[in-house]
Design a protein around this ligand. Sequence first.
Ligand SMILES: NC(=O)c1ccc[n+]([C@@H]2O[C@H](COP(=O)([O-])OP(=O)(O)OC[C@H]3O[C@@H](n4cnc5c(N)ncnc54)[C@H](OP(=O)(O)O)[C@@H]3O)[C@@H](O)[C@H]2O)c1
Length: 256
Amino acid sequence: MKTSQNTVLLIGGTAGIGLEIAKQLTALDNHVIITGRNQERLDAAAASLKNVTTILSDVSKAGDVEQLVEKIKVDFPQLNIVINNAGRALVYNLTDQGQDAFANAEDEMLTNYLSIIRINQKLLPVLLAQESSAIVNVSSIVAYVPGVNLPTYAGSKAALHSYSTSLRLSLEDTAVKVFELMPPLVDTEFSKEIGGHNGIKPSVVADDLVAALANDEYEIRVGDTAKIYELFRQSPVDALNVMNASRKANIDSVQQ
Ligand SMILES: NC(=O)c1ccc[n+]([C@@H]2O[C@H](COP(=O)([O-])OP(=O)(O)OC[C@H]3O[C@@H](n4cnc5c(N)ncnc54)[C@H](OP(=O)(O)O)[C@@H]3O)[C@@H](O)[C@H]2O)c1
């Protein structure tokens, strides 16, 4: 896949990993349309980048997606890359009766899974009309192995992983390539509650995405995601223990 002179729709491009992807892709002479739910953040992103268009749009809202797709069809019929980066995560424990696990799962599934299926289907005709195009779904290390403090988030990313694999197979004889970007812990606002300051920089994730696009490497396992994936293939139980090591340490300290 070429990494310059594309027209890219980046869902959730005003902060964290999305903003870094926008920085790198615009620097490589791509036009990037970034979306987000906050006009001030969109304006700030636009002020720091060249070759961008911003569109206020919440990907979890059907009406916003309808308007976004219509605008793309009229203003950017040459669109050839869609990056589904917006995500929602709730940190809680399934045993906590103060939490409504159903509502949490519904909320996360809507942003992390269902909305991606909706927007991809609506934009597929545009992508199929191009000579070369791509969909990038941003899942996570927890797509392979859950972290127990993000239980229904992990489930939504596992669902996204499964869907991304089916979508890739479904489109294998077309011009549309399907990539899945799987970051480990990354230092962003999103991960503050789960010790994100210990994570890698968002720019590392963006570097890996650009390299993977260039090499047609469809499953992009960034940093520790590659390690967990290899461990999972050897021993799913060991991988689960490693992912939940701090929790186990907490349990051990309570038991002593
Ligand atoms: N950070 C990590 O440790 C980590 C690890 C693995 C995977 N990931 C995944 O990586 C992706 C990006 O995470 P991040 O850490 O970069 O998050 P972030 O810093 O919170 O940035 C998220 C971006 O998406 C936008 N956004 C959120 N909800 C949206 C919605 N409903 N519609 C449109 N835009 C929306 C946000 O802008 P507004 O809030 O202004 O709308 C912001 O631009 C997510 O899918 C996440 O699950 C993150």
